[in-house]
Ligand binder design. Sequence first.
Ligand code: 5SP
Ligand code: FE2
Length: 216
Amino acid sequence: MPRLVSPSLLAADFLHLEKEIEMINKSQADWLHLDIMDGVFVPNISYGIPVLESIKPLLKKPMDVHLMIVDPDRYVEVFRKAGAEILTVHYEACPHLHRTIQHIKDNGMKAGVSLNPHTPVSLLKNIINDVDMVLLMSVNPGFGGQKFIENTYNKVIELRKMIEQQGASTIIQIDGGVDSTNAKALYDAGADCLVAGSAVFRSKDPLLAIEGLKNA
Ligand SMILES: O=C(CO)[C@@H](O)[C@H](O)COP(=O)(O)O
Ligand SMILES: [Fe+2]
């Protein structure tokens, strides 16, 4: 199984984004995680399209875009044009999830679906073979720097079992409160990709923090 690390830009120094992107390029990070929040689906507003467009020419890694917005279908083309390679939508925001996933794939991107901490993994049974990635939220979406929810381990194990039983090749991504204290246990439980904001950008040595997560 791959061990991927996708640092979340939400915890970066926004006054010096160029420096932060150069650090990501030099690092062992596999992707860059970009959190888009609309103040409606989640009680916070982050950053948007112009920031992604500015970063794109400098960034040498795939853009892993996590949409925490209502009606994400409306913005699929916009995020492809802004440079997204992976586009993840929330289960809770998509009444026609199968159509939304198809829409993302038709635009040449990998499609992900994210579950809030209270949303059961079992609800993915009829979509798991169609998605490239499942993002399990290990905090309530909307903010960085929150405490990891321990029940996430049970969800990872259940999801890994579902993926194997249904012969899918879906990547399991974990997002929220990930750091050096839980990274190894998450990989051991069956996670493929760890998102980390504070643990990377707020650390004294972000390059080392990324290396630590990758080799946990
Ligand atoms: O999607 C989100 C929050 O809603 C995340 O991607 C956070 O940005 C992760 O930050 P840390 O919990 O690692 O500080
Ligand atoms: Fe995220």
